[in-house]
Design a binder for this molecule. Structure first.
Ligand code: NAD
Length: 418
């Protein structure tokens, strides 16, 4: 992964590129490019051996014009204030792209969760939830899982919040377990929108997804589900990787078997069906029809971009291309479908979970999946229409134009509060 790009600067550049097609002032551009506020906390948490450890933690509330701030919480040693700000901003434009009534936020704790016991992780999470309590709530800011967090962490945050507030408010977080008020279809939602975006893209180019070769970098929640659903459409998942390395099989993997191998061993390496091992860089350079970066930011940088051979890239991860790589790929007519539509399934089904929590009425999995499909297909149509109307050179800029117009329209309708 490249250290070349600061994700916050990448976000600002992406907004700036789209803004060039719109009649907006410098002041409005600045307003679009900066978070409203970012909380920085130092969590002092007691470890199992009685010592105290400090963990830097952040929550950025980027823009709340279209609704409550919404976005995940990440646990990773690489978390920084700027990364959290960038991820919060991407949420604003993601929610606007798919037309759900949220602003954008994001949080993170700088830690490697594999180094801590479950009890320690619970104390760390509850300590963060205590810091977040004044600024979160179902009408204020709604956290969700991101890298290295899941239902367990969301349940701890909700319990801490409800205990301190002396209330029941399941919609304060999304991504909960079903028994705790979660939604059917949430775990698969991000991978599902990646599959839907890829399906619509192939359809747009009049290409058959059945038989298409696919490489997936980052066989985690988003990547593995996208792979399984594309496999169901007849695509050939020829390569997959995670942080321990990658595997290749030119006839395509049985993705159910690969997912269960990853679940039991924690890695894709040593999967029986693999014919070759390969590095993450080799995977990204494969000559495949579809490349899905599904790990972390900046996976493809300016050095790697000239060697990318895939025709179509669908971004499951947030910000997997640096702006320089993005420009190079666009010049070479590689079709890149951006994160702000492709991985929006997670937040769309989080939205459904929040709606169900507020109504205290739950939907079937097929209703969730049907509504998600409708939203992603509509957003894809908006993307193509804008791409043509504004005559832009890449799909990311087109999607940002759609999103920025929606955010600005909401701002204009609200007027200015001194
Ligand atoms: P995850 O932790 O389940 O999976 C991430 C995977 O990437 C893991 O298998 C990990 O081993 C692998 N990985 C890490 N570094 C790598 C590297 N350098 N090379 C190859 N693989 C590497 O996380 P996730 O929830 O699947 O999230 C992945 C990406 O998708 C992130 O960018 C996240 O922000 C984005 N995303 C996730 C969701 C969601 O609902 N899960 C929603 C929107 C966006």
């Amino acid at each position: 992964m490249s250290a070349e790009a600061n994700p916050f600067e990448s976000l600002q550049e992406q907004i700036g590129e789209a803004a060039e097609f719109l009649d907006i002032s410098e002041d409005e551009l600045t307003w679009l490019q900066y978070p409203e506020r970012t909380l920085e906390a130092n969590l002092s948490v007691e470890m199992d051996d009685g010592s105290l450890e400090r963990f830097p933690a952040y929550r950025s509330q980027f823009n709340g014009t279209r609704g409550p701030y919404k976005g995940g919480i990440r646990y990773h040693p690489g978390v920084t204030r700027d990364e959290v700000k960038a991820l919060a901003g991407w949420m604003v434009y993601k929610c606007a792209s798919v037309g759900i009534p949220y602003g954008g936020g994001k949080g993170g704790i700088k830690l490697d969760p594999s180094q801590y016991s479950t009890d320690e992780l619970e104390r760390i999470t509850r300590s963060f939830a205590k810091e977040l309590r004044p600024i979160i709530g179902e009408d204020k800011d709604i956290p969700a899982p991101d890298v290295n967090t899941g239902q367990r962490e969301m349940n701890w945050i909700r319990d801490t919040y409800e205990t301190l507030e002396n209330t029941t408010e399941p919609g304060v977080v999304t991504g909960k377990a079903i028994e705790s008020g979660g939604s059917e279809g949430r775990v698969e939602a991000t991978g599902r929108s990646v599959m839907l975006t890829a399906r619509e893209a192939f359809d747009h180019f009049d290409r058959d997804i059945a038989g298409a070769t696919v490489a997936v970098q980052g066989f985690g929640n988003a990547g593995s589900v996208a792979a399984r659903l594309l496999d169901d459409l007849g695509a050939n998942i020829v390569a997959a990787s995670d942080s321990s390395g990658g595997i290749y099989n030119e006839s395509g993997f049985d993705t159910d078997a690969l997912s269960s191998h990853k679940r039991t061993t924690g890695r894709v390496a040593d999967f029986a069906e693999s014919s070759d091992e390969l590095t993450n860089e080799e995977l990204l350079k494969l000559d495949v029809d579809l490349l899905i970066p599904a790990a972390l930011e900046n996976a493809i940088d300016a050095d790697l971009a000239p060697e990318i051979q895939a025709d179509i890239i669908v971004e499951a991860a947030n910000g997997p291309l640096t702006p320089a790589a993005d420009r190079q790929l666009s010049e070479r007519d590689v079709a890149v479908f951006p994160d702000i539509i492709a991985n929006a399934g997670g937040v769309v089904v989080s939205y459904f979970e929040w709606v169900q929590n507020r109504q205290r009425f739950f939907w079937s999995e097929s209703k969730v999946n049907d509504e998600l499909e409708r939203i992603i297909v509509d957003a894809f149509e908006d993307l193509l229409e804008t791409y043509e109307t504004y005559d832009v050179s890449n799909y990311r800029t087109a999607m940002y134009i759609v999103a920025i117009e929606r955010v600005l329209q909401a701002k204009e309708e609200r007027g200015i509060w001194p």
